[in-house]
Design a protein around this ligand. Structure first.
Ligand SMILES: *Cc1c(COP(=O)(O)O)cnc(C)c1O
Length: 236
């Protein structure tokens, strides 16, 4: 591992953190109000180490099969893993004990499975509900309209805590369209708070990736998931 690469990753991280702080201030919040999930799906342990050395503590993976070996190799380190991609129901049991949060609860069946397995494992699973704001058929997620109906039921599950909502911008969306989609996630959250007050606090909004995290923060993101911007100049 060349120190050149480590240095570059440190610089990338500082740049991203600086931009996060500025976007937070523009939206009238403090830099500490927005949490960075460093997405490590492109790299192995050797390139995760420099992130940890720079103080990064929250890491995200989008595939359970990639999360498992990394989390196991780094067990005992001060890391909060976030599962940010599709979680198949048969992978819940092995994934739950390793993660602080699942961002991508995209069906009621999945939430039900997570609740059941969390009970067996005697843990409380923290979840975000993935909402399909782009209307893109290929994208995972619940339709916003479906949520009003579902949320009161989800609140009855005793072993899951629904902490908020997550979305991904449409693949073909330009900056203005992306901003609208992020605003829509925030509005959906605000509406759900009114219609289902006992349902869940829904404090967290996970939205924004390397190409659009500043827009996401301006629209209220509390968590951004950034991968490639952290590894610029490092991956070929
Ligand atoms: C890969 C991925 C990211 C990070 O994407 P970048 O554009 O590399 O920052 C964020 N969220 C999810 C769900 C992902 O799969």
């Amino acid at each position: 591992m060349s120190s050149q690469l480590e240095k570059r990753i440190g610089e990338n991280l500082a740049e991203v953190e600086g931009r996060i702080a500025e976007a937070a201030m523009r939206s009238g919040r403090r830099p500490g109000d927005v949490r960075l999930v460093a997405v490590t799906k492109y790299v192995g342990i050797e390139l995760i180490e420099p992130l940890l050395a720079c103080g990064c503590r929250t890491l995200g993976e989008s595939r359970p099969q990639q999360l498992w070996p990394k989390a196991e190799a780094l067990a005992g380190r001060d890391i909060a893993w976030h599962m940010i991609g599709p979680l198949q129901r048969n992978k819940v049991r092995r994934t739950l004990p390793l993660v602080e949060m699942v961002h991508s609860a995209d069906s009621l069946r999945l939430v039900e499975t997570i609740d059941r397995i969390a009970e067996e494992l005697q843990l409380r699973a923290r979840l975000l509900l993935e909402v399909n704001t782009s209307g893109d058929q290929a994208k995972h997620g619940l339709a916003a309209a479906q949520l009003e109906e579902s949320l009161p039921r989800l609140a009855e599950y005793r072993n899951v805590e629904v902490c908020g909502l997550m979305c991904m911008a449409g693949l073909d969306s330009g900056p203005e369209e992306t901003r609208k989609e992020f605003a829509e996630l925030r509005q959906t959250r605000d509406r759900l708070r009114l219609c289902c007050p006992g349902g869940a606090a829904l404090d967290e909004l996970s939205m924004g990736m390397s190409g659009d995290y500043e827009i996401a923060i301006e629209e209220g993101a509390t968590i951004v998931r950034v991968g490639s911007a952290l590894f610029e100049g490092v991956l070929e």
